[in-house]
Ligand binder design. Structure first.
Ligand code: PBG
Length: 327
């Protein structure tokens, strides 16, 4: 006869769905998701991104429709990425007041009063060479790039952005953007900094979506080495001191330990970016019938929340509400 004298029987709390839900430690809500949206300057309504099934580059008018659909799924926070009509080596169309993002901001603010409008503030989509800063020979210059990021951030705020999200991993980007926003009376515009951004293979599908693959070399001289953890804390604390309001860790799934470590050390909300590769992996496996897509999505996103993310930026944001109601 087996020992029936067990004091601890964790299975008592797993008996049925009601009790399992009652003791569930981590709960997902669409209210804490941010949906990325790609907006292109061309005339086509939508262009399917081959490496990210279900994700599109939208025209301006089609993007507005998409935001309506997102709101029906309880998503009110969006982050915009622009695919401009022309690129050069000063990222002119990133800070042009008639740039694609500036046009989108104005239009979105005219049409929606209750959308939290975030702009990715990076230059790679707007640079002919695809790097996140000004290039001299083979070097990506830090300080001259800051001036372009300042101009870009101010023009994004002026056209309606509620939150500026610098993602170029330039040193001092948060301090210099904060200073220029304040100088231009945008004290209330927040900064959500990609403080901890690794040089990751998981951005591959995004680069097709945003047409931002570097034309030479890689991003290792500015994005972080995936092997480093203490450096993540240093980056996050630096951005906190420079005035960031929200700290992003990116990617999410292969960096759960980093999310958890940053959460311990920094008293700002933590956003995790569930990046394109994490999206495409699940889509590819599901299309092959290798995994249950809905369950895999919920499990992955729950793990990111459980690790310590307060907010999740995800291409699955649009699906969350429906998935949670089925579950
Ligand atoms: C721009 C930027 C990138 C991502 C977000 N902003 C690409 C990169 O750094 O190469 C990646 C997002 C994703 O993979 O979903 N610098």
């Amino acid at each position: 006869m087996a020992n029936t004298n067990l004091k601890s029987r964790p299975r008592r709390l797993r008996k049925n769905e009601v009790i399992r839900s009652l003791v569930q430690e981590t709960v997902l809500s669409p209210l804490q998701f941010i949906a990325p949206i790609f907006i292109h300057e061309g005339s086509e309504k939508e262009i399917q991104i081959d490496s990210m099934p279900g994700i599109y580059q939208f025209s301006l008018d089609r993007a507005l429709k998409h935001i309506e659909e997102l709101q029906k799924s309880k998503i009110n926070s969006i982050i915009l990425f622009g695919i401009p009509g022309s690129k050069d080596n000063q990222a002119t169309s990133a800070w042009d007041e008639h740039g694609i993002i500036q046009k989108a901001n104005k239009l979105i603010k005219q049409n929606f009063t209750d959308v939290l409008l975030i702009n990715d503030t990076c230059l790679c989509e707007y640079m002919s060479h695809g790097h996140c800063g000004i290039v001299l020979e083979k070097d990506i210059l830090n300080d001259p790039t800051l001036a372009l990021l300042q101009k870009t951030a101010v023009s994004q705020a002026a056209s309606g952005a509620d939150i500026i999200a610098p993602s170029g991993m330039m040193d001092g980007m948060v301090a210099s953007i904060r200073e220029d926003l304040d100088r231009n009376s945008f004290q209330d515009v927040a900064i959500m900094s990609y403080s901890v951004k690794y040089a990751s293979a998981f951005y591959g599908p995004f680069r097709e979506a945003a047409e931002s693959t570097p034309q030479f070399g890689d991003r290792k001289s500015y994005q972080m080495n995936p092997a480093n953890k203490r450096e993540a804390i240093r980056e996050a604390l630096t951005d906190e001191k420079e005035g960031a309001d929200i700290i992003i860790v990116k990617p999410a799934l292969p960096y759960l330990d980093i999310i958890s470590a940053v959460k311990e050390k920094v008293n700002l909300p933590i956003a995790a970016y569930n990046v394109s590769g994490e999206y495409s992996m699940i889509k590819a496996a599901a299309e092959n019938g290798w995994m249950d897509e809905s369950k895999a999505i919920i499990e992955m996103l729950t793990s990111i929340k459980r690790a310590g993310a307060d907010i999740i930026i995800s291409y699955f944001a649009k699906d969350i509400y429906k998935l949670l109601s089925i579950d």
